[in-house]
Design a protein around this ligand. Structure first.
Ligand code: TNX
Length: 551
């Protein structure tokens, strides 16, 4: 891993030099007031900085007139306790911090107003997310140790200011692939918590793929019994291991129990984050077909094919009824675990040649007068969509699944990954669309082209600046209102451990956050806030961010 930190020493002096270059001119132009301390990411829509600071100590009291502020307060209390060792107590009469429900002043969902003077702090919002984000902003105005658990600091100076804020996009997400490489529940929670610190609100959890089925399904225990372990001596075929660039003889196991998933859902909810679970179908399903070949494959199918990732015969058969029986049961269980209104069913990269020699598929095509395999995929997703409707859920899918003319509900949410044009096509067809273009938002790609860098190199490199330069709405024209927001993707073929995952995610998540939230963006201003605000916060949490990124 060290080789990948690309000369931390050099990098540190490089970033120090940049910091100096940035700060010297700024210190001449700005009076030494609160402005210098306001380094919020994502940039709020409106900030007025004032003179003076509020001092938060163990004697500070709060008052809240709404249960909608409870999550926010719990979060603040948790972190104050961890970093200062004292409990923030409430008091009606002598509260200096007030949380006030005010839907009249805060018209926008997830928005908030925060006013800080020398004497008091007032937080106003209309919903639980708004109170949470106001609190995140407040914490970003405090010293970075607010996110550490070292208990080093007792007093917190908070610069006086007035902030009015609300997100530009309602969908501000990131996907973590936990199939190709498994991540512990502890890491998943950390990942979610760090998302919350930057006001991201959708955790897209890629739970199944060829290399591993990672979600417990009570009715079909072999999905994890067989499908969650790969490596020599296990049932998954050789083509699914070893992990890319990983040790050859390594056996890797892991899945999330339903109990763990419930805990993670609650943990995310407390941080204003919805979880979008993904069960990738009908391809990227080697783990599932290995676990239940009799239910998911046509026994007469003589097709031989490989996925782009070189996995053989990894696609379930859409022309046999046992497939639908199994998937219906799976989705019913998934639906009860995740309260979010969408379930993602994949639909990406069905390999050429899948089902080519399946008598069951040929029969289906004859019966229904289908001309192409694309129509078979469409048929599959129409049936999956009706199963989801029965479960009270909407469907999310990758862009490939709406090629052709599938008669899926218009509520279907499409994620466009190949490029932004695909997102525009989807939006023009009237689907709710989330932009996830590989050129800007694939955080599994290298930052720069170099053998020393972790990450994939099959697409172009994705530098921090590249992420920041993304304009999700350019050329969307009349279809603009269908664009829900943006989603970064952290596929995990090369994410052999948490350090590599952190490295690829940070600092790129900072740019993701600002593209998703802020209406007015400025690269130089962002760089300054990264250096002065965000990096010290990442350091305080020991996050293995990429230190030699080009600012
Ligand atoms: C494409 S993007 C995939 C994934 C890979 C990823 C690697 C998409 C929907 N499918 O299966 O992990 O590239 O970058």
């Amino acid at each position: 891993m060290n080789a990948w930190v690309c000369g931390v020493k050099n990098a540190d002096s490089f970033s120090t030099a940049i910091t100096l270059l940035l700060i010297i001119p700024l210190s001449f132009t700005m009076p030494m007031c609160a402005a210098g301390l306001v380094n919020i990411i994502p940039k709020p829509q409106k900030i007025i900085t004032k003179k003076g600071t509020f001092q938060l100590t163990q004697h500070t009291r709060y008052y809240s007139d709404t249960p909608l502020a409870d999550n926010a307060l719990d979060y603040l209390k948790l972190h104050l306790q961890a970093s200062s060792g004292y409990r923030l107590l409430s008091s009606k009469r002598s509260a200096q911090i007030t949380f006030h429900y005010n839907p009249k002043q805060n018209k926008k969902k997830e928005g908030y107003q925060l006013s800080i003077t020398k004497e008091k702090i007032t937080v106003e919002a209309r919903d639980s997310a708004g109170f949470f984000y106001a609190t995140i902003t407040l914490m970003q105005l405090m010293a970075p140790e607010i996110w550490s658990n070292q208990q080093k600091r007792k007093q917190w100076k908070i610069p006086a200011c007035i902030i009015e804020d609300a997100p530009h996009f309602r969908w501000r997400g990131i996907m973590l692939d936990t199939s190709r490489n498994f991540f512990s529940t502890t890491y998943i929670k950390k990942f979610i918590d760090r998302m919350a610190q930057y006001k991201l609100n959708r955790f897209h959890w890629h739970l199944t793929d060829d290399e591993g089925w990672r979600i417990e399904i009570k009715h079909y225990p072999l999905l994890t019994g067989i499908g969650a372990t790969r490596g020599p001596g296990t049932k998954l075929p050789f083509s699914t291991y070893p992990a890319m660039r990983g040790p050859k003889n390594h056996v890797q196991s892991g899945y999330y129990t339903q109990q763990e998933i419930r805990e993670i859902v609650a943990y995310a909810k407390a941080r204003a984050i919805e979880i979008l679970p993904e069960i990738d179908l009908p391809s990227h399903a080697k783990a599932a077909v290995t676990a239940y070949p009799k239910l998911l494959l046509d026994p007469q199918d003589k097709s031989q094919y490989h996925s782009v990732q070189k996995i053989s015969n990894n696609t379930i058969n859409p022309a046999i009824e046992t497939t639908y029986r199994l998937l219906e049961t799976v989705l019913k269980e998934v639906a009860t675990l995740f309260p979010f209104s969408y379930i993602h069913l994949g639909g990406d990269e069905v390999p050429k040649g899948a089902w080519a020699r399946s008598p069951a598929v040929n029969k289906l095509m004859n019966e229904k007068g289908m001309q192409s395999r694309k129509e078979v995929t469409n048929y599959f997703f129409v049936r999956m969509d009706s199963i989801l409707a029965m479960c009270g859920k909407k469907m999310a899918i990758w862009q490939e699944a709406i090629e052709g003319k599938p008669m899926v509900r218009k509520s279907t949410l499409v994620m466009a990954w190949k490029n932004t044009e695909a997102g525009i096509v989807s939006a023009k067809k009237g689907y709710a669309t989330v932009m996830a273009p590989v050129q800007f938002l694939y955080f599994d790609q290298q930052y720069i082209r170099s053998k020393q860098e972790p990450g994939h190199s099959w697409s172009s490199p994705v530098s921090l600046k590249k992420v920041y330069s993304f304009s999700p709405l350019s050329n969307t024209g009349k279809a603009t209102s269908y664009i829900q927001g943006i989603n970064a993707c952290l596929w995990s073929e090369t994410l052999l451990n948490e350090d590599i995952a952190d490295y690829l995610a940070w600092p790129r998540i900072l740019a993701l956050s600002e593209v998703a939230w802020s209406s007015n963006r400025n690269w130089n201003d962002f760089k300054h806030r990264v250096q002065k605000g965000a990096l010290p916060r990442l350091k305080a949490q020991h996050i293995n961010y990429r230190k030699c990124f080009r600012l």
